[in-house]
Design a protein around this ligand. Sequence first.
Ligand SMILES: Cn1cc(-c2ccnc(-n3ncc4cc(C(C)(C)C)cc(F)c4c3=O)c2CO)cc(Nc2ccncn2)c1=O
Length: 275
Amino acid sequence: SSKWEINRDELEIFEMLGAGCFGTVHKGTWKGRVVAVKMTKENTMSEESFIEEARTMTQLSHDNLVQLYGVVTKTKPLIIVTEFMPYGSLLTYLKRHRARILSKVATLTDMCLQVCSAMVYLEQRGFIHRDLAARNCLVGENQVIKVADFGLARYVLDNEYISSQGAKFPVKWAPPEVLSYTRFSTKSDVWAYGVLMWEIFSGGQMPYDNMRNADVVDYVCHLNKRLEKPNASPEKLYSLMIECWHKDPDPRPSFKEIHKKLSGLLEVGNYPSIS
Ligand SMILES: Cn1cc(-c2ccnc(-n3ncc4cc(C(C)(C)C)cc(F)c4c3=O)c2CO)cc(Nc2ccncn2)c1=O
């Protein structure tokens, strides 16, 4: 069988970690390794197309990407086995530790850099995430941040999530060209990354507060307005966010360029707290 096919009886399944959009996710073990196990629910995912792509996705490997180990396809339900991240989603982590981390600009910048490193890796491979946000990043030991569920948006069957008018479509993380023509690209990931930077420097606040999706479309696409600078964000970092939110995709920086600028900001002198 294919290398990324996992034998169902090699898996042990323990407590539930949460409910994702494809069903429940549990903690488990596989070959002596602690893993996360997605037990997919019927009719939530286009399974055949995902199984075809699984081969490619298991070959994506980076310190800041949640590793896909393999899939159980010989039995139902389809099971997706990935690396386990002990501290859950970055969004939950930001909200829980808000007070402490908002005072540490170097920590916030480092979190942005870790996500950026994963996105440079995906950019180089022409792999588009399609739903980059703090809720889709996970936290491990020593504040390691890893990007999760990259590319899986292509396999969601729920129309509420697929349609840009749907209640579950990530409007607040989408650029104009995605809202108008659902044209996804690395440059639409860059826009989402700008919003993710805003989430990090806002300690997990909801972008555009409690504005409704339709109002955000108007605010961003017609009034050409943008999220305001989070208090914890230095001016130079906010300028980087603004560059990610250029209304046209091409002038937005590449993840490579963003990484270069962010690393420069982390050098001593910008943040005296690093000594
Ligand atoms: C790997 N992993 C996944 C999860 C976990 C749990 C529940 N739902 C999810 N989610 N969350 C979001 C999600 C989103 C998608 C899009 C297609 C991009 C829309 C597709 C998914 F398949 C998921 C999913 O499965 C995850 C994310 O895949 C939690 C972990 N860890 C912990 C630790 C402590 N407490 C809670 N979770 C962990 O290590």
